[in-house]
Design a protein around this ligand. Sequence first.
Ligand code: NAP
Length: 321
Amino acid sequence: MKKIVAWKPLPEDVLSYLQQHVKVVQVDPAQHDAFVAALRDADGGIGASVKITPAMLEGATRLKALSTVSVGFDQFDVADLTQRGIVLAHTPDVLTESTADTVFSLILASARRVVELAAWVKAGQWQHSIGPEQFGGDVQGKTLGIVGLGRIGGAVARRAALGFNMKVLYTNRSANHEAEEAYGARRVELPKLLANADFVCLQVPLTPQTRHMIGANELRAMKKTAILINASRGATVDEHALIEALQNGTIHGAGLDVFETEPLPADSPLLKMANVVALPHIGSATHETRHAMARNAAENLVAALDGTLATNIVNREVLQR
Ligand code: NAP
């Protein structure tokens, strides 16, 4: 029987599914040496949220497939995996709608100051009817700029255009005709998106090209009234520049699900800002979606080890070797 390493806890039924096909060795990724030793002796692996470096795979000559319980695959060196002949599988689609819900909750919470005002009520400060000091800004009818309109960006665009009557601008390297037709999304260059959007929403993967794609210059190019929403990966934004922009009033606020360092350090200035909604990377974190992702990743791994996986492959070129 083939052997796989699981470096993330899996739901019981998903674990039993895997155990019907392979021997499962569960490891704690915090025990780095034991984790690496287990990989050296395995045919496959499944997990998420841990950087898998080339050094960790040295000597792992049996390894044929890795399966991440996520759509993003920035924790892996894909070129190195391909060179080693290791298939990398991921879980697109199953998490698209719940992640889009998270994005929209950040848009609404930031614009309408939901988190800040809920805390204000709980602190007993609601002693008169509210006035302009507690007002927020509208979401409906405003302009949403989506940087990276793919699967999740498309689901956000649908909510925005059909549910909230918003105008949708986007930037991508290639056009998304479906979103243009269905939601009236208009493709523009990044400077134009930044200058016109009331909400700038990042949904690109983290790559060398997208790392810090929003920095001091881009923040300055946004409207003073605009809100930045990031549920992609923390490092797509230069967090230092964002903190300065929020402190200086260069932009109005931010709704953030992801950070350059996670968990967000307790001394981060972002934690003290009333105009920031900070979430603990909950994009896909519903019971239903996390279960579907684990199941999908387990099925991907079993199929990849059988040589029958046809979809959800990050490095398809490995199959041509
Ligand atoms: P996707 O369908 O591949 O969409 C990504 C979009 O980004 C595509 O439209 C792509 O279009 C665009 N893009 C890529 N590189 C770009 C660049 N250099 N400049 C401009 N646009 C670029 O992926 P998805 O399923 O929507 O997921 C997107 C990302 O969301 C994931 O990679 C992950 O990091 C993040 N995510 C976060 C959470 C969370 O918990 N917060 C949950 C799920 C996913 P072109 O190729 O045409 O440029």
